[in-house]
Ligand binder design. Structure first.
Ligand code: AMP
Length: 278
């Protein structure tokens, strides 16, 4: 295993390697991240996992400071994957942020909707860092989780234009036995709220059942929002969207996704479920 922190060293190590499967992360790894690494390993012998907490995607310094930083524990979790073609890249902030790619980001409108509406500039920050990593690493594959559904959509959209040779691979959300999507933010919840957090996915499951029975999406979303609010959540949005462009779904759309973002005890959690109308 190579543990690299300098961009120059990384460039020397991966020079002319056009077979890398790349997994970008912000660390505080859990089984969701490890499922992406496993997928990367199945795609290529050359795997690069980045651990970089991207400051430009946080909306407040407080949120950034609170984000768990657990590098040595992360390396231990990755150990079962180690071989002489496995790279962990954990660069310093200024080295990454000073790397210029010259790209003008013209994100589609949907970047300002859903999570983008509540986290202005968040997706610009995400895409800027993904652009820098893709430019440096030039991977063959890059693996992302569907847990961050809107992020995955925007990265696919961006890569299609600027990096058409990189295959963006998506992986299903890994959950606890009670259906809670694994997330680094779950660790910020106390035991009581961690147990309550399972309500989020159950609420989405209920929403999906309602939409399957009745095409009034707006009313169903309002009902679920109100249920969650009553239970102590501060809901940002509950939405039904079509999968192919994440725009509002109509009764004629069949391939849908239900999405939610809400805060529990001021910890922001997101989740989604893909489903079809027969
Ligand atoms: P993060 O470290 O939160 O930036 O996430 C890094 C990658 O892991 C992103 O592609 C996420 O979508 C993915 N990820 C996070 N949580 C999960 C999960 N529970 N299941 C699958 N992938 C996940």
């Amino acid at each position: 295993m190579y543990f690299i922190q300098s961009v120059e060293k990384l460039k020397i190590l991966i020079k002319a390697n056009n077979n890398i499967a790349f997994v970008p992360t912000m660390g505080n790894l859990h089984n969701g991240h490890l499922s992406l690494v496993e997928k990367a390993k199945s795609l290529s012998g050359d795997v690069l996992v980045s651990i970089f907490i991207n400051p430009s995607q946080f909306n407040s310094q407080e949120d950034f400071n609170a984000y768990p930083k657990t590098l040595s524990q992360d390396i231990l979790l990755l150990e079962p994957f180690f071989d002489d073609r496995f790279i962990v890249f954990s660069p310093k902030e200024d080295e990454i942020l000073s790397h210029k790619t010259g790209t003008q980001y013209n994100l589609p409108e949907v970047a300002d909707d859903l999570c983008g509406k509540y986290r202005p500039g968040h997706f610009d920050g995400v895409i800027q860092i993904i652009d820098i990593f893709f430019d440096l690493i030039k991977p063959r594959y890059s693996v992302f989780g569907k847990k961050d559904y809107q992020q995955l959509f925007l990265i696919k959209d961006f890569a299609k234009i600027k990096y058409p040779n990189i295959k963006i691979i998506s992986q299903d959300t890994i959950r606890s036995s009670e259906s809670l999507a694994l997330s680094s933010r779950n660790g910020l919840l106390g035991l009581k709220h961690l147990s309550q957090a399972t309500e989020l996915n159950f609420a989405l499951q209920e929403l999906v059942e309602m939409v399957k029975l009745n095409s009034d999406h707006e009313n169903a979303a309002l009902k679920i929002k109100s249920l969650l609010n009553k239970s102590g959540w501060e809901v940002e949005y509950v939405a039904i969207r079509r999968r192919f462009d994440l725009k509002e779904a109509t009764g004629a759309d069949k391939l849908l996704v239900a999405l939610v973002a809400a805060r529990l005890n001021n910890v922001r959690l997101i989740d989604n479920i893909e489903f079809c109308i027969d």
